[in-house]
Design a protein. Structure first.
Length: 303
């Protein structure tokens, strides 16, 4: 798959830098959404009675969110640089060209600051997290404020993927790691992990449903006709992505159906963490293919 992506780069108009730009943006989205989702939807119910563990998990999640916001900021900088080069604009003109872009730029900076403050907090940091959560929603879903219905599909698609895989990343890195640490009594580790995973499963199921719906809509919009799926480079790359996505779905189903019911002790939690890490690794490859895909010309544009 990676070799095929390299061949596409050699045969297409875009460069590895274009793919890297998209990949950085995707990873940044996963991190900020995953961090916010973990804090607001998973952390408090599972670790609310253990202040030390909750603070440790929240700080780890905030670090991931801060890195994600910085990556989003880098992706924005790369977009601005490309716009300046392509349209021969000054930095000021590129920064203020579109009101929506200004909002995204400002809120991304706000997210960096808020996540950063939460990452170094030594106590409850609800205010910083609240600001980070609002900034994340504006950055990710601000594009939904539009009269063009077709423009809302892609932001929803990225948001759904971020809610699923992004939250899983933070669940493993911050939640499970903290639950298995010394701040949680050994007898409570299994139950804490079980509670985290059970709550995450609901998020994952809803996110996966939205991901499929928006993915099918995007494919229909870009392919134009079904035959383009196997007669164009775009379509063949999409097939490759779908094969990898099916592996991620299969691993998620395995974790949910086979490993989740066995949770309750420390060893079961470790087994699930290992399987979830594999799921995340495959998802990372999916992002590479997706970064290539969005740079390919859509068949529907040439009909």
């Amino acid at each position: 798959m990676l070799i095929s992506a390299a061949l596409l780069l050699a045969e297409s108009d875009f460069t590895a830098l274009d793919v890297l730009h998209e990949y950085i943006g995707f990873v940044g989205s996963f991190f900020i959404v995953g961090a916010a989702s973990f804090y607001f939807l998973l952390l408090r119910p599972a670790l609310g009675t253990n202040a030390a563990a909750m603070t440790a998990a929240a700080r780890t999640a905030a670090r991931i969110g801060c890195v994600g916001a910085l990556l989003r900021l880098l992706a924005l900088a790369m977009s601005i640089n490309s716009l300046m080069a392509e349209k021969h604009l000054s930095l000021g003109a590129a920064l203020t060209g579109r009101p929506a872009s200004i909002v995204e730029e400002v809120m991304t900076v706000v997210a960096v600051i808020a996540f950063g403050l939460a990452a170094v907090a030594t106590r409850e940091s609800a205010v910083e997290w609240g600001i980070a959560g609002i900034a994340t929603l504006v950055v990710m879903l601000g594009a939904l404020v539009t009269t063009h219905v077709t423009r809302i599909v892609n932001p929803l698609h990225v948001f759904a993927a971020s809610m699923w895989i992004g939250t899983l990343i933070v669940l493993v890195s911050a939640g499970v790691t903290t639950a298995l640490g010394s701040t949680v009594e050994s007898s409570a580790r299994g139950p804490v992990i079980a509670m985290l995973v059970n709550r995450f499963s609901t998020i994952a199921l809803w996110s996966a449903g939205l991901l499929v719906l928006t993915g099918v809509t995007t494919a229909y919009k870009h392919l134009g006709q079904l035959s383009a799926l196997w007669t164009t480079i775009y379509g063949k790359t999409l097939i490759g992505k779908l094969c990898l996505v099916s592996v991620v779905f299969a691993l998620g189903a395995y974790n949910n159906q086979r490993l989740k019911p066995s949770l309750g002790n420390e060893e079961a939690g470790r087994r699930l963490a290992r399987s979830a890490t594999l799921e995340i690794a495959i998802a990372a490859i999916v992002l590479i293919v997706t970064a290539v895909l969005v740079n390919l010309p859509a068949p529907a544009e040439h009909m």
